[in-house]
Structures are given as structure tokens and as C-alpha cells.
Ligand binder design. Structure first.
Ligand SMILES: *[C@@H]1O[C@H](CO)[C@@H](O)[C@H](O)[C@H]1NC(C)=O
Ligand SMILES: *[C@@H]1O[C@H](CO)[C@@H](O)[C@H](O)[C@H]1NC(C)=O
Ligand SMILES: *[C@@H]1O[C@H](CO)[C@@H](O)[C@H](O)[C@H]1NC(C)=O
Ligand SMILES: *[C@@H]1O[C@H](CO)[C@@H](O)[C@H](O)[C@H]1NC(C)=O
Length: 236
């Protein structure tokens, strides 16, 4: 499963002269897509030799959500479960300018410290403390804007210039500790409101999290892509 990545990295670092698996032809998109897919688990667990830190768990120092009427900041957030996402679709465009991916992520969770104030749709919310999100399930679609360039080694590499993430929430359970500085009645009201309106709340307020998370993921992907030439990717 990790062979193609292993081959690619070893080749990239020049340590292996004989190629174990025949590399993809540069115009064989299907082969390249499969090669990239098979590298994902290794990518997510991090590749210290290339300076790529793990994306599962993923640590995010700060996430800022700024909406009209409400703002939140999440500190020291850890996201777990990207490695259990099932990639259902990965497409490269023929000109290598676009990559599309779809994943079913059924085992995500997240925890950290939060600070929130303002209006949560129709009720006031205020608080600061520990939070976690459990049983989070999302279909995550990402469209990457990419560029193919020639490295000094004469080989082709991909670079991600921009991305757009869309997420469809299927489930999410929220727990905010110390809402309203611990005033139980006010906190209970908010918890009940969140349970009953989790879908709408998630749809409205999720994107600062995805944008921040994928921004970091894309930085790591670019570090990876810089080290792996398209000519060295093989499909199994
Ligand atoms: C949040 O948005 C308001 C108004 O759009 C702006 O004045 C403020 O600087 C923003 N704060 C942050 C932290 O981005
Ligand atoms: C986040 O973690 C850093 C380093 O451990 C710590 O100094 C900081 O106080 C934490 N922030 C919050 C809001 O807990
Ligand atoms: C996503 O995966 C879960 C569990 O693996 C499955 O139950 C669900 O049907 C899948 N959803 C979609 C839209 O593929
Ligand atoms: C997330 O990023 C997209 C561009 O990729 C941008 O259009 C959108 O406004 C961002 N949303 C938030 C909440 O930052």
C-alpha cells in the first residue's frame, strides 16, 4: 500500500537506483490518481524526513470565526480522525490545473479551548473554557487549484496555489464547558439549543475550522509535492 510513496520518496532522495515499481506515465491520470491515493495514509501520519508533520492528529494553534453578531476563537485545537476518512473520488484535470477530492469522514473529533460571544442564531451565547466535538461526520469536498512546474532536476512537480473546501455535516455533538461562566440554567438552555439545531449551527459556523485546517494541510501537501516528482509516482 505504501510502496509507491516509499518508492517516490526514496527516488526523490536518490538513495535507490533501481525502481521497484514502474512509474506512471505522465499522461496516465488514472495511474497518477491511484498513486496519490495510496500515498495519503503515509502523508497523514507525517513524514519527518521531509519535515512534514502529522495531519492526524492535527494541531491548530488558533482558529478565528468572525461573523456578524457572533465571534469565536478556538485555541490549541486538536482534530482527530482524518486518517479514517474514505476517499471516494480523486480527480486530476488533464492540464494539471485542478484537483478534485471527495471524502466521507465518519470518525472526526475535535477538542481544545474556546472563547465565544454574541448571538447563536436566536439566542445569546457567552463562554470561555474547554470544548469538544464528538461523533462528527462530514462529507468533505475539496477543489484545489494547482500548477505544474519543472524543477531544477528537470522533473514535473505539482504545487497547490489555492483551495476551496465544502463540507456537508452528517452529525456533530458539541460540548462547551463553562458557558456563561458556569451559570447552569443559561448554559443548559444553550446546550439544548445546540442539540436541537446542530445542523444549522454547523452549516453556519464551520468554515473557519475547515479553512484553517486545510490551509495547514495544503502547506504540508506542498512540502510533500516538492519532494515527489510526477514522473516518480507509481500506482501500487
Ligand atoms: C471581525 O469583523 C469586524 C467587522 O467585520 C472587524 O471590525 C474586526 O476587526 C474583525 N475581527 C477579527 C479578529 O478579524
Ligand atoms: C495553548 O497552549 C500554549 C502552549 O501549551 C499555552 O501557553 C496557552 O496558554 C494555551 N492557550 C489556551 C487558551 O489555553
Ligand atoms: C460514509 O461512511 C459511513 C460509515 O463508513 C457510511 O455509513 C455512510 O453511508 C457513508 N456515507 C456516504 C454518503 O457515503
Ligand atoms: C474559506 O475560504 C474560502 C476560499 O477558499 C473563502 O471564500 C471563505 O470566505 C472562507 N471562509 C471563512 C469563514 O474563512
Amino acid at each position: 500500500m505504501y510502496l509507491s510513496l516509499f518508492t517516490a520518496i526514496v527516488c526523490a532522495s536518490g538513495a535507490l537506483s533501481s525502481i521497484l515499481t514502474a512509474p506512471c506515465k505522465i499522461n496516465d491520470l488514472n495511474c497518477l490518481e491511484n498513486g496519490i491515493k495510496s500515498a495519503i495514509p503515509q502523508f497523514l501520519s507525517g513524514i519527518s524526513d521531509l519535515g512534514i508533520e502529522p495531519s492526524d492528529p492535527q494541531f491548530l494553534e488558533i482558529i478565528e470565526g468572525n461573523f456578524s453578531g457572533m465571534k469565536y476563537t478556538l485555541y490549541n485545537t486538536t482534530i482527530f480522525g482524518y486518517d479514517k476518512c474514505k476517499l471516494s473520488n480523486l480527480k486530476l484535470s488533464e492540464d494539471f490545473k485542478k484537483v478534485h477530492s471527495e471524502a466521507n469522514c465518519s470518525f472526526l473529533s475535535m477538542s481544545g479551548e474556546y472563547e465565544i460571544s454574541g448571538q447563536l442564531i436566536s439566542i445569546p451565547i457567552e463562554g470561555k473554557g474547554h470544548f469538544n466535538v464528538d461523533s462528527a461526520e462530514f462529507i468533505i469536498t475539496v477543489d484545489y487549484k494547482t500548477k505544474k512546474y519543472q524543477n531544477s532536476d528537470g522533473k514535473s512537480h505539482l504545487y497547490i496555489e489555492d483551495f476551496n473546501v465544502k463540507a456537508q455535516p452528517l452529525n456533530a455533538k458539541y460540548n462547551f464547558q463553562n458557558l456563561f461562566n458556569g451559570q447552569k440554567e443559561l448554559a443548559d438552555t444553550v446546550h439544548k439549543f445546540i442539540r436541537e439545531n446542530w445542523l444549522k449551527i454547523t452549516e453556519l459556523f464551520q468554515y473557519p475550522v475547515w479553512n484553517t485546517s486545510f490551509k495547514k494541510m495544503v502547506n504540508n501537501m506542498n512540502m510533500f509535492l516538492k519532494n515527489v516528482a510526477l514522473e516518480d509516482i507509481s500506482s501500487n
